[in-house]
Design a protein around this ligand. Structure first.
Ligand SMILES: Cc1ncc(COP(=O)(O)O)c(C=O)c1O
Length: 473
């Protein structure tokens, strides 16, 4: 491939924070870090995390909304993030015994923690009760277990109630979580009869997807429930709207549109493939007709993070004929949220070493990395942004090439990225590949130790220094 062709390839240019630019400007120090901590290495930075918290807080402050942001720790396991959130007066949402225990052990005050885990066994609930961490109850069995624990321990704990099954455009939003609004009234009244064991303080929901309108509807219906409870003399102090606030990975709308258009053309055989073996990334082809869209995260979007929060809060409630933030302020409700991915925007990169180059039977170049695909995996069918090649040696020759990144597991499907990648310079053994913006879900959510490979190390980058995060303590 010559340079002109390289310049024409379908790029998906990632947005890069200044700390990553600083990292890339010093390839020797990056090489040394990978030698020291092994490949792949997850490098994190707290600066963008702090900026992201401030951006959300600014929106709340501007609208005078009482608030608290709980970082959803499931999106990244490093303890440095919950600690940073707590230091900024916010908190962390925990989903398992180890997530909660580690936060407590690291000195985070229980008021800055909430337990939302999808499965809460006796150990986990007992830990929350012992430390007075607010528990979000999702079902009756959980409540029965909590009741038993509180009775045995003669201790009382604060609970919030998870809601589900909101109405939107004439239909129920399907979910496997929470109590319906009707069930919730009965259940919360029942909790009032157990005031020696639990104190009800708030409502909670987390919606699938990223819709502003659905969140507005869910808040509106939660406020109706709050009013109904108030009429029964049951006060509500907080409403937690969970996570699912979009973030934007890409610089350019036109690149994103072009990629999506060309993917469809490739699947229809109208152009050469742009994914390995023409992987349709979730689009279905039947008799030369395409159905559906790629099952990938919307990597480019204009309404995201704090603007998306502002759009929710300033939307006018059709039921109350008032903006959402006013409904909350009038009732003195603390709005809580649990962003995971969006708080981690720009907070981490994954770096891996090139181990081999070879061709497959079809003549495609494969670049083998010292990592496996579980170390860059989310529910999205592919991570659609360009990786950054950091060669050990810059070469002037015109040796741009296309190829695919493959990993260490023994499967034919072991591709780090399914998308065909263009390299300005032919990768050499020992070169580094930096995958930007991986802190949210990409690096930890599905990582596994198959073949007995060790999990990747996690370091925090601070002014040129790399310090281990004591995640595995
Ligand atoms: C209860 C709860 N809160 C918060 C989150 C975080 O969501 P996100 O990372 O999309 O912001 C999740 C994610 O599944 C969740 O289940």
């Amino acid at each position: 491939m010559n340079k002109a062709v390289y310049n024409n390839h379908l790029s998906l240019t990632p947005i890069i924070h200044d700390w990553v630019k600083q990292l890339l400007a010093n390839p020797e120090s990056l090489q040394q870090a990978v030698e020291r901590f092994q490949s792949p290495l997850n490098i994190h930075c707290l600066t963008p995390f702090q900026e992201n918290i401030i951006a959300y807080s600014n929106v709340f402050n501007e609208l005078h909304v009482k608030h608290k942001v709980f970082f959803a720790r499931k999106a990244n396991k490093c303890i440095a993030f919950p600690q940073a959130a707590a230091q900024q007066g916010q908190g962390a949402d925990t989903a398992s015994y180890r997530e909660l225990k580690q936060c407590l052990d690291s000195g985070i005050h229980p008021d800055n923690l909430v337990l939302t885990g999808a499965v809460k066994n006796e150990n986990l609930l007992s830990l929350a009760v012992d430390h007075q961490v607010t528990i979000v109850l999702d079902n009756y069995d959980e409540w029965n277990l909590l009741k038993k624990i509180c009775t045995e321990k003669q201790k009382k704990v604060t609970v919030n109630i998870r809601l589900g099954g909101f109405q939107f455009e004439g239909k129920t939003l399907a979910t496997r979580f929470g109590f319906s609004l009707d069930e919730a009234v009965t259940f919360i009244q029942h909790l009032q009869n157990n005031k020696d064991l639990v104190e009800f303080t708030g409502l909670h929901f987390h919606l699938n997807g990223y819709s502003v309108e659905q969140r507005v509807a869910a808040i509106e219906q939660s406020v109706q429930l709050i009013d109904c409870l108030q009429a029964l003399n049951i006060p509500t102090f907080s409403l937690d709207i969970g996570g699912g606030i979009l973030m934007n990975y890409l610089e350019n709308a036109s690149e994103w549109e072009e990629f999506n258009k060309e993917l469809k053309r490739a699947i229809l055989g109208e152009r050469p493939e742009i994914t390995y073996q023409n992987d349709p990334l979730g689009i279905i082809k039947i008799e030369n007709q395409l159905y559906g869209e790629p099952t990938v995260y919307p990597y480019y979007n204009t309404l995201n993070k704090e603007q998306l929060l502002k759009a929710i809060l300033t939307s006018k409630s059709a039921v109350f004929q008032q903006p959402i933030y006013k409904l909350l302020n009038d009732r003195n409700i603390e709005l809580r949220m649990e962003p995971g991915r969006s708080l981690l925007d720009q907070c981490g990169v994954t770096v891996a070493k090139v181990a081999f180059r070879r061709k497959d039977t079809n003549g495609n170049w494969l670049f083998g990395l010292e990592m496996n695909r579980t170390q860059l995996r989310s529910s999205s069918a592919d991570f659609l942004l360009d990786p950054i090649h950091v060669p050990k040696e810059i070469k002037e020759e015109n040796e741009a090439t296309y190829g695919y990144l493959v990993g260490a597991y023994c499967l034919e499907q072991e591709f780090i990225l399914k998308r065909k990648i263009a390299f300005k310079q032919f990768p050499q053994v020992g070169d580094l590949i930096v995958i930007p913006n991986t802190a949210g879900y990409m690096m930890h959510f599905f990582e596994s130790e198959a073949h007995m490979f060790e999990l990747a190390n996690n370091v925090i980058y601070d002014n040129g220094n790399f310090v281990m995060d004591n995640t595995s303590d």
